[in-house]
Design a protein around this ligand. Structure first.
Ligand code: AMP
Ligand code: ZN
Length: 137
């Protein structure tokens, strides 16, 4: 088994567990962007959002909500970013689906966001139509 998160699920390597249920596990990120930065994963190995079983996605969202509430209340976070990377181009380093929960406090500089682009309704309208037509193809 060469998946590091599967090895954590199997107890072969240690983690700082925050939460666990039948289908999901949550543990602290070893390179935290902020105090309480937690990863929530399905116990079942799935590489990413594109290939995941919807039942694993659903379980991971449910687990994420439980953990987000704990972080929000216990660490008095003002907000929480949910970050989820898919593919190398998107910054995914570990190819076992995982959701980052990053507590935020007003004024912190924990993570940078994207630069908003220009609004072009004509381009947005035709792209949305193209994407609707592509559903199921
Ligand atoms: P990503 O770039 O979205 O694939 O995120 C992978 C995350 O996993 C990074 O934030 C790493 O710090 C974290 N990570 C890698 N190995 C471990 C580990 N053994 N325990 C906890 N977090 C880890
Ligand atoms: Zn895995």
């Amino acid at each position: 088994m060469d998946c590091i998160f599967c090895r954590i699920v199997a107890g072969e390597i240690p983690s700082h567990k925050v939460y666990e249920d039948d289908m999901t596990l949550a543990f602290l990120d070893i390179h935290p962007a902020a105090r309480g930065h937690t990863l929530v994963i399905p116990k079942q190995h799935v590489a990413d959002l594109l290939s995941a079983d919807p039942l694993d996605l659903e379980a991971t969202v449910r687990g994420s909500q439980v953990v987000a509430r704990i972080l929000h209340k216990h660490l008095q976070a003002d907000g929480i970013n949910v970050v989820q990377n898919n593919g190398t181009a998107a910054g995914q380093d570990v190819f076992h689906y995982h959701v980052h929960l990053i507590p935020r406090w007003t004024g912190d500089q924990a993570i940078r966001s994207w630069r908003p682009g220009e609004t072009d309704h004509a381009a947005l309208g035709s792209l949305a139509a193209e994407l609707r037509a592509a559903e199921g193809t």
